[in-house]
Design a protein around this ligand. Structure first.
Ligand code: CU
Length: 317
């Protein structure tokens, strides 16, 4: 168990179906517009709630409730975000192999190595039954209890500027083991066909949700590198490889695990952004992911239709 409750009262509350008045997050009652638009034009009023959004999904009765499975058409999740990591414990990662701009031989086993800090790795719940189904938690040291994933996507070129398709990838794997000496490893059996690729981490809490940290302005909690796979083998270290069939199997297995944490929408222009330390103004940019795929694509029969009314995008929940 990651949660420790010191009293019977706490034990009772976490099983109660009513919100205890001591737990009302009163800050959620204001929409952020009292002072105008301190972040500039375009700031929108926040959704507000006097009951911690406990019945948030009632306003989206056309959507299924998140139920621990990976509902591909989207769902509504009222699970709390949980314990938020302090600024002193924000995860960070860097790929060691392949490292940025490396070249490796085609169709040859290689081992991904990723150095990871500030994540208690090796903790993952069943991705088929408990996906996004519980809040993020912290260990006694304040580190997020979780695990990581790695995803490799094929690119047109190392300088590609068009967004990739998150539904398509060359390799995906949950990094389920704990880091050894601060490094996570995963073998790509059979390697990859020749081409250029990007490789990203998806650092996650135990229920596979992307990690949550205390402030908006922070360094990346993930890493992404670009590398070349070459037939003529101008390569760094290599293992002698078997053929590529098992790589396909590996990615297929991984896809059924936790592939839908699609938070990696960087379009690849990470090169050279070393100078912009003065970006102090954009603290509010956390809302862009919000409605995601709640709209569209849900004209199926998954909706609950409990109240026979359509969703409101903004309102008092
Ligand atoms: Cu996961």
């Amino acid at each position: 168990m990651f949660l420790q409750h010191s009293s019977d009262i706490e034990q009772t509350l976490i099983c109660d179906i009513a919100l205890d008045s001591s737990l009302i997050q009163t800050g959620f009652e204001q929409n952020g517009q009292a002072e105008g638009d301190p972040e500039g034009a375009g700031q929108i009023p926040s959704n507000t709630s006097a009951n911690n959004f406990i019945n948030f999904c009632a306003s989206f009765s056309n959507l299924p409730l998140t139920n621990g499975t990976q509902i591909k058409t989207g769902s509504c999740n009222a699970a709390p975000m949980g314990l938020i990591a302090a600024t002193t414990a924000m995860p960070s990662a860097k790929f060691v192999n392949p490292k940025n701009l490396d070249t490796i031989p085609a169709n040859t086993n290689f081992t991904i190595q990723m150095a990871i800090a500030n994540l208690e790795t090796g903790n993952f719940v069943n991705p088929d039954t408990n996906y996004f189904a519980a809040p993020q938690t912290l260990n006694a040291q304040g580190l997020i209890v979780g695990h990581s994933h790695v995803v490799i996507e094929k690119l047109d070129s190392l300088t590609q500027t068009t967004p990739t398709d998150p539904t398509t990838f060359a390799f995906f794997k949950g990094l389920n083991d704990a880091a050894v000496n601060g490094v996570l490893t995963e073998t790509v059996a059979g390697g990859l066909p020749a081409g250029v690729y990007r490789m990203a981490s998806i650092n996650a809490a135990a229920n596979h949700q992307p990690v949550l940290v205390a402030v908006a302005q922070h360094g990346s909690v993930d890493d992404m590198v670009y590398f070349t796979v070459s037939d003529d083998g101008t390569a760094s270290g290599s293992d002698s490889g078997s053929a590529a069939a098992s790589a396909t199997a590996a990615s297929a297995t991984a896809a059924s695990a936790s592939s839908s944490t699609a938070s990696n929408t960087n379009t690849g222009n990470n090169n050279g952004n070393t100078g912009n330390t003065g970006n102090t103004g954009n603290t509010g940019n956390t809302g862009n992911n919000q409605s995601g795929n709640k709209d569209g694509a849900n004209n199926n029969n998954n909706g609950r239709g409990r109240f026979g009314r359509s969703k409101r995008l903004f309102g008092f929940y």
